[in-house]
Ligand binder design. Sequence first.
Ligand code: NAD
Length: 498
Amino acid sequence: MKEIGHFINGKHVPGTSGRTSNVYNPATGEVQATVALASDAELRAAVESAKAAQPKWAATNPQRRARVFFKFVELLNRDMNELAVLLSSEHGKTVEDSKGDIVRGLEVCEFVCGIPHLQKGEFTEGAGPAIDMYSIRQPVGIGAGITPFNFPGMIPMWMFAPAIACGNAFILKPSERDPSLPIRLAELMIEAGLPAGILNVVNGDKGAVDAILTDPDIGAVSFVGSTPIARYVYGTAAMNGKRAQCFGGAKNHMIIMPDADLDQAVNALMGAGYGSAGERCMAVSVAVPVGEETANRLVEKLIPQIEALKIGPYTDDKADMGPLVTKEAQTRVKGLIDSGVEQGAKLLVDGRDFKLQGYEDGYFVGGCLFDHVTPDMDIYKTEIFGPVLSVVRAKNYEDALELPMKHEYGNGVAIYTRDGDAARDFASRINIGMIGINVPIPVPLAYHSFGGWKASSFGDLNQHGTDSIKFWTKTKTITSRWPSGIKSGAEFVMPTMK
Ligand code: NAD
């Protein structure tokens, strides 16, 4: 049995707490590894290593810090297949989807290759008589990242790339469900030239998270995961004097206007609703067709496509989607589907009994489609995080707009229309962080920033883009005046203490 430990000070370190968690192959239900769950002392060892290495790294000039990322990007491309397979083997998603996961992180590494420019400060000459004022961006010191299972490549890179490029040391606490890829990324960073101790991976659960949140030497915490934990991490980090950015769950709607290209909208819903078995924070889980006719046509087109979804293990390169990540996730999703039926929604495609020959113990759920869902139902209020699409029928544009506006979550939203005026009004009025106009999963690129509103995000600076440089640095502003000196002229008289 493979035993996954920690990666501290540039080396693999076995766990010593005596506590472990199982890592499954979600397609077969087999335990394929155990992962160590760190104690406070193990987290502290990582902090000590980070503390020792960080000052020299911060003093390394920014071009040299950037060069580590140039090389790291090269190594990610070199090993892309191997990394994607490793990711899929623990997460369960298709290998092509895992490549997308890694590439979205790689792009943030490309972005931070511009750190010499990104980290530059500001300067005002003559802010007063003979006074100059300037500000510099210094690293926070030691940063930490706590990441979810669903993007074990992209999200760790979203965090550690800007943090490290800015001159911080970093402690990554990945999800205990798929911990192998994050450790492999840390190895590659060492191969790319990063000094030992700057990127440490400490595996664990709530215990390790609490040790991070109370550690006196960690200055900033970035979290991505479910909303209750995001809220907890944000509050606890703040109480302990740390800056924090915490991103939570989602319930992303897609409004389909009567004038939309329906085939395009259906294709978009298929990918955004069922890709990665719906285990994406930017998955579209609610379709809101406007008008009965749009709704009827949409549902008619969706049904055969959902029934034709090809579901399989990550080793099947023809599969559209794989299993859910754990047995608990499968049980939870099936329970929510049951509740939808009980509460009166119409289950038009039922994937609850999906079975795959040879993979009977895998955590599969087939694609599901609910129609006539209403806002009071649990399947509408809750983030299902499975391959389940809910259709909520709206009478008109204003009713459609109100649904995502009133929902607890505010991560992403999309509108499908041919009408520029409707799209423009929608983008302006909606209280959600990321908007797609005829784009289903509007995940911003690395040089813009990622973040939702409402219960999808706690804190004020987003992931990646220039926000991330602000998050991982502290601003220091210097006001300086130099009294008149040597420039007044040379002195030919023997200097004495006047
Ligand atoms: P999760 O909240 O269960 O776990 C996230 C992290 O928190 C993990 O590292 C986990 O070990 C840790 N954790 C779990 N329970 C904890 C506790 N009680 N105390 C302290 N730490 C704890 O989330 P998950 O199931 O891994 O990921 C899925 C969730 O993440 C979904 O809600 C999804 O929407 C969300 N997500 C959000 C974004 C975003 O950017 N908004 C992106 C990806 C995923």
